[in-house]
Write a protein that binds this ligand. Structure first.
Ligand code: 6PG
Length: 466
């Protein structure tokens, strides 16, 4: 009996995707460049229809037509190598899907190369980590609609479900799926950094214990902040180090890694004139954290403010932190969805912003209750320029801005680095400022470079001999 789909790349994510497909009734062929991972996966199989192959030609010939091959291979040249190894055995109408974190420009190149051979190519963003891959990720497929239609029954079946609605929808042409995943990760960076800064204020400025902060996050996760990242932060703070018995968080070195998707998000926004200051500050925060040795050296040289921390009323300031965090989240998601909107117009992708928010409600790392509200905002106003001016988010921001101002001002006066909370406040204040100081920039540019300027009271461009 031929297999209905094949998976190449049996690392943790690939194995779990293959098991997910088999658990949902698919006949799954699996192949890995080295047989150890194939054999390791087979040990987990309990009756699911999952068949190993050790030669790529045998693997391809064991698939029903049109063949569907799902790649879960490390982004980069490895994907091109795997594609080159299977193409000789494929026929027109077959489909290759890339479920890794590939850069959308690479996806567009591969799409063009395979389209010329009559082979369909989908760049598919998969979010949810290893657990999500097994139990139901958020799935962001991009490419030709008719190619997507061939694999939609399988993808929608393995995706996370919200009220029997799959967290999987056709995103758009060519690299659109991987682009949406990339910005998802940019938002993820911002979300994570905002949480880290909120944690810092609770710990350092209010002076709460790790256990008290864990309880606060658990409480917040019952309200409008309900989300995966808030939930796991509470669990992280509950975890004790097995060696010392101390909170594990205090034993972890403060040097943050990153695989590149957040950087790609910032680069694409900078290339296209899209302000994503919060996402970019989250990226820079990771870069500065990697300068651990320098920071230790600088700490001995550079003192902070001579500031006596006032005794903060615990409950009042915990609520300020909650408001600051939620407003920071609103601003960060506003930037991410503005990047979707502006890029969609630039590339003529017609990204479905309402549906993107819907498929982020479960399965993915940034899953959160408030994505329902984001989706409703785009349902009501599909061409909404910015989430900040949606009635719900406008009212919430105007209500919570005081909390954000309190935390940013108190935190910065005390010498805390709050790059994303302060970037959120600056973004809010910049976006709502109708008359800004950019006229000074124009005057300076015209003074030294005769770059000309426009006037507020007349059409045309002007130059002054200063
Ligand atoms: C997801 C995650 C996943 C991966 C991140 C980690 O959506 O499932 O985002 O893609 O864990 O890419 O990214 P960094 O290593 O850059 O933090």
């Amino acid at each position: 009996m031929l297999n209905t789909i094949g998976v190449i790349g049996l690392g943790v994510m690939g194995s779990n995707i293959a098991l997910n497909m088999a658990n949902k009734g698919e006949q799954v062929a699996v192949y890995n460049y080295t047989r150890d991972l194939t054999d390791k996966l087979l040990q987990k199989v309990e009756g699911q229809s999952l068949t190993p192959y050790y030669e790529i030609e045998e693997f391809v010939q064991a698939l029903e037509k049109p063949r569907k091959i799902f790649l879960m291979v490390t982004a980069g040249n490895a994907i091109d190598s795997v594609i080159q190894s299977v193409v000789p055995f494929l026929e027109k109408g077959d489909v290759i899907m890339d479920g890794g974190n590939s850069h959308y420009k690479d996806t567009e190149r591969r799409y063009d190369e395979l389209k010329a051979l009559g082979i369909g190519y989908l760049g598919i963003g998969i979010s949810g980590g290893e657990v999500g891959a097994l139990t139901g990720p958020s799935i962001m497929p991009g490419g030709d609609q008719e190619v997507y239609n061939k694999v939609a029954p399988i993808l929608t079946k393995i995706a996370a479900q919200v009220n029997d609605t799959p967290c999987c929808t056709y995103i758009g042409p060519k690299g659109a799926g991987h682009f949406v995943k990339m910005v998802h990760n940019g938002i993820e960076y911002a979300d994570m950094q905002l949480i880290a800064e909120a944690y810092t204020f609770l710990r350092k400025n209010i002076g709460l214990s790790v256990e008290e902060i864990a309880t606060i996050f658990e409480t917040w996760n019952q309200g409008e902040l309900k989300s995966y990242l808030i939930e796991i932060t509470a669990e992280i703070l509950r975890k004790k180090d097995e060696i010392t018995g101390l909170p594990l968080i205090d034993m972890i070195l403060d040097k943050a890694g990153q695989k590149g998707t957040g950087k790609w998000t910032s680069l694409q926004s900078i290339d296209n004139g899209i302000p994503t200051s919060i996402i970019t500050e989250a990226l820079f925060a990771r870069y500065i954290s990697s300068l651990k040795e320098e920071r230790i050296q600088a700490e001995a040289i550079l003192s902070g403010p001579n500031y006596k921390q006032q005794n903060l009323d615990r409950d009042v300031w915990i609520e300020y932190v909650r408001q600051a965090l939620y407003m920071g989240k609103i601003c960060a998601y506003a930037q991410g969805f503005t990047q979707y909107k502006m890029t969609s117009e630039l590339y003529e992708w017609r990204l479905p912003l309402k549906d993107i928010a819907l498929i982020f409600r479960s399965g993915c790392i940034i899953r959160a209750d408030f994505l329902n509200v984001i989706s409703e905002a785009y349902q009501k106003q599909p061409s909404l320029n910015n989430l900040l001016i949606d009635p719900y988010f406008a009212e919430k921001s105007m209500d919570y801005q005081n909390g954000l101002r309190k935390i940013v001002c108190e935190g910065i006066q005390a010498g805390n680095a709050f790059p994303c909370l302060s970037a959120s406040l600056t973004y809010y204040d910049s976006y709502r400022t109708g008359s800004s100081n950019a006229n000074m920039l124009q005057a300076q540019r015209d003074y030294f470079g005769a770059h000309t300027y426009e006037r507020i009271d007349a059409q045309g461009v002007f130059h002054t001999n200063w």
